[in-house]
Design a protein around this ligand. Structure first.
Ligand code: ZN
Length: 233
C-alpha cells in the first residue's frame, strides 16, 4: 500500500505534539534542568538514564543507547512501522493526513465517536435537572449547581433504555453506543444502558474531548464507581 506523506505534514505533527507528553504517558518523568529524566522503557534499570530534551524534541538513553525523535519513540515503544507511528501521532494531535485514506477513515470514525460521547454527556446533563434525588445528592455532597455545570456532571436515570431512546432520536445506532461502552449488548434482551441511577462524570482528554464516563452510585449499591470500558477512544 502506497504511503506518501509530505515533510510539511510531518513537521506539523511534530510541532503539535510534545515528546514529553507522549513519553510521559509511559514513563514517569522528572524535570532535570531543561531536560526530563525517567526510567528507560527500553531496558531494565533502577536509576534513570532515559533523558528527554523538549527543546530539541529528542530522547536518549545513556544506559542502552536508544535515542531519536517522537516518531522513533512511538515506533520503538508501540512496535509500529513508520506510517503507523505517523498516523498514531496525527490522531493524538487531531491532525488529518491529507490524501491518506487510512487516516481519513480513522479521523472520521473518531470524530463520530467524540460527537456521540458529547451527545451522551448532554443527555446525562439534562437528566440531572429532571431528578430531584440526584440534585439533592450533589447538594448533600457540597457540589453547587455551578460546579456541576462547569464539569458537565450529569445523571443516568434508572431506566434500562433511557440513553438508547434519547440517542435514537439523534440517529445514533445501538451498535455505536456499544462500541463506546455506553450500552451493553445482551443476546436475549438486546441492548441496555450500562450506566443507571448514577451521577455521571465525563472523562476528558487534554483537548477537552470526552473519551469516556465515570458513574457513581447515589446509595450503597455496588459497584460504587463504574467507568467506561476500554474503547477506541
Ligand atoms: Zn535504555
Amino acid at each position: 500500500m502506497g504511503f506518501s506523506i509530505s515533510p510539511e505534514t510531518i513537521e506539523n505533527i511534530k510541532s503539535r505534539i510534545s515528546i514529553v507528553d507522549v513519553a510521559g504517558q509511559v514513563v514517569k518523568l522528572e524535570r532535570a534542568g531543561s531536560n526530563f529524566k525517567g526510567l528507560c522503557p527500553f531496558h531494565n534499570e533502577k536509576t534513570p538514564s532515559f533523558t528527554i530534551s523538549p527543546d530539541k524534541g529528542i530522547f536518549h538513553c545513556f544506559g542502552c543507547g536508544e535515542g531519536g525523535d517522537v516518531i522513533s519513540f512511538v515506533m520503538k515503544h508501540r512496535n509500529m512501522s513508520y506510517p503507523e507511528a505517523i498516523r498514531f501521532l496525527a490522531q493524538e494531535a487531531g491532525i488529518r493526513i491529507e490524501g491518506d485514506a487510512e487516516s481519513d477513515k480513522s479521523f472520521e470514525r473518531r470524530k463520530r465517536f467524540y460527537e456521540i460521547n458529547s451527545l451522551a454527556g448532554r443527555y446525562y446533563f439534562s437528566e440531572l435537572y429532571q431528578s430531584a434525588e440526584a440534585l439533592a445528592y450533589l447538594k448533600r455532597r457540597g457540589i453547587s449547581p455551578n460546579t456541576a455545570k462547569k464539569f458537565g456532571l450529569g445523571y443516568a436515570p434508572r431506566d434500562w433504555d433511557g440513553l438508547l431512546k434519547a440517542m435514537e432520536k439523534e440517529k445514533v445506532a445501538p451498535e455505536e453506543l456499544a462500541t463506546l461502552g455506553l450500552v451493553i449488548a445482551n443476546k436475549q434482551k438486546g441492548y441496555f444502558d450500562r450506566f443507571r441511577h448514577r451521577i455521571m462524570f465525563p472523562i476528558r482528554n487534554p483537548r477537552g474531548q470526552v473519551i469516556g464516563f465515570g458513574g457513581r452510585v447515589l446509595d450503597d449499591s455496588k459497584p460504587k464507581y463504574l467507568n467506561s470500558p476500554d474503547t477506541p477512544l
